[in-house]
Design a binder for this molecule. Structure first.
Ligand code: PLP
Length: 396
């Protein structure tokens, strides 16, 4: 078995057709989109085609798409941009406790700037409750930001219901849809959202390029000042190859979505059923089926550490993750898992497998064969092993 890549929530392989579309914009059509000569026109036209492709993927108007350097910048532009632009109306923001750090740490920064932030809890499957949101919004609330699909446990929120509540109460609604696009239908009008963040490298596009949908009339303060690119919201010479790649990846991802989702779901279910059947004291984190990303299988195994599993799997050629790629270098358990009400040591025994259209059923079967002996070995080595008593407080 060749190397198996089950870490597609961290990043994905670029589609060959995306790379082919990008190549000319490095080598022949390398102009600056602001230039008046033919090189400039070529670059400008390519950028506008790409903007149209990204817009079409979320049913937006092309002029409402702002290209950025990625999901993190899109989240920052949405949150900081909206918070500062509407600070005279109020300084309260509502978000959830399971957001990506690009949202959470931006909210913490805004708190340091005098904003108040409410972090909504989630239930044991990762869902935000509509009732909690209703109760959290005050006349001071200008912005609600709830992610569409969670990058760790794969929970897909009922965004329309949440957005309706925020909009009814006069707040803007932002959603981080980085994990959702090409796996869940995303329609900015149907979802009733004002701001929506995307990142190309999560759907087989290049790294370092993202987009923010900004509904017409929504005021944002820019993060970056300069030549006035992207309607003044994001200055800097446009990353034409990146934009072209993102546009192509969005177009292909949407066109081929139905088929890839069906394939991923079948592999996901094989991984979940096979693993839970083959390994004792293994549990699924996140929703069982309804409301779960087609690409996500997230397990919890008693008595072991996620890091050990990732290293042993890597030796067998399987790339997986302990949960959030961003927090693996720290010993803090994932904020998402803790929000589900899991105890400290339960968080540590977690493993995320995230799929893409490039994975195969054979790879899923290989994982199911490979995993049980690894678990058995780790449990034998584990100081947390069966028969050992330990006392860990519940973490909320
Ligand atoms: C990956 C990710 C981001 C960050 O996107 P980058 O393009 O890597 O900056 C933000 N939100 C979610 C949910 C993600 O999965």
């Amino acid at each position: 078995m060749d190397r198996v890549y089950f870490d597609n929530s961290a990043t994905t392989r670029v589609d060959d057709r995306v790379l082919d579309a990008m190549r000319p914009y490095f080598l022949e059509k390398y102009g600056n989109a602001s230039s008046l000569h033919v090189f400039g026109h070529e670059a400008f036209d390519a950028m506008e085609i790409a903007r149209g492709q990204v817009a079409a993927a979320v049913n937006a108007a092309p002029r409402d798409i702002i290209f950025t350097s990625g999901g993190t910048e899109s989240d920052n532009l949405a949150l900081q941009g909206a918070a500062f632009a509407s600070a005279s109306k109020g300084k309260h923001i509502v978000t959830s406790s399971i957001e990506h750090h690009a949202v959470l740490h931006t909210c913490q920064f805004l708190e340091s700037q005098g904003f108040k932030v409410t972090y909504l809890p989630v239930d044991s499957e990762g869902f935000v409750s509509e009732e909690d949101l209703k109760n959290a919004i005050t006349p001071e609330t200008t912005l609600v930001s709830i992610m569409m699909a969670n990058n760790e446990i794969g929970t897909v929120q009922r965004i329309k219901d949440l957005a309706d509540i925020a909009k009814e109460k006069g707040a803007l609604f932002m959603t981080d849809a980085v994990q959702a696009l090409t796996k869940v239908p995303v329609d900015v009008d149907e979802l009733n959202v004002d701001l929506l963040a995307l990142s190309a490298h999560k759907f087989h596009g290049p790294k370092g390029v993202g987009a923010l949908y900004v509904r017409k009339g929504v005021k944002l303060r820019p993060l970056v000042y300069g030549g006035g690119h992207e309607r003044g919201l994001r200055s800097s010479t446009e990353n034409i190859p990146g934009m072209v790649g993102m546009g192509k990846a969005a177009e292909l991802g949407i066109r081929e979505m139905e088929e890839s989702v069906d394939r991923m779901k079948a592999m996901r279910d094989r991984l979940i059923d096979g693993t839970l059947a083959a390994v004792p004291r293994a549990y699924l984190n996140g929703p069982p089926d309804e409301g779960r990303l087609c690409s996500n299988a997230h397990f919890r195994f008693d008595f072991i550490e996620g890091e050990g599993m990732v290293l042993f799997l890597d030796m067998q050629g399987i790339a997986a993750s302990t949960g959030s790629a961003c927090s693996t270098k720290s010993l803090e358990p994932s904020h998402v898992l803790r929000s589900l009400g899991l105890r400290h040591e339960q968080c540590h025994g977690s493993l995320r497998l995230s799929l893409s259209k490039f994975n195969t059923m054979e790879e899923a079967d290989y994982f199911i064969e490979t995993m049980p002996p690894i678990i058995e070995r780790l449990r034998k080595m584990s100081p947390l092993g069966e028969g050992v008593t330990y006392d860990v407080p519940t973490v909320h």
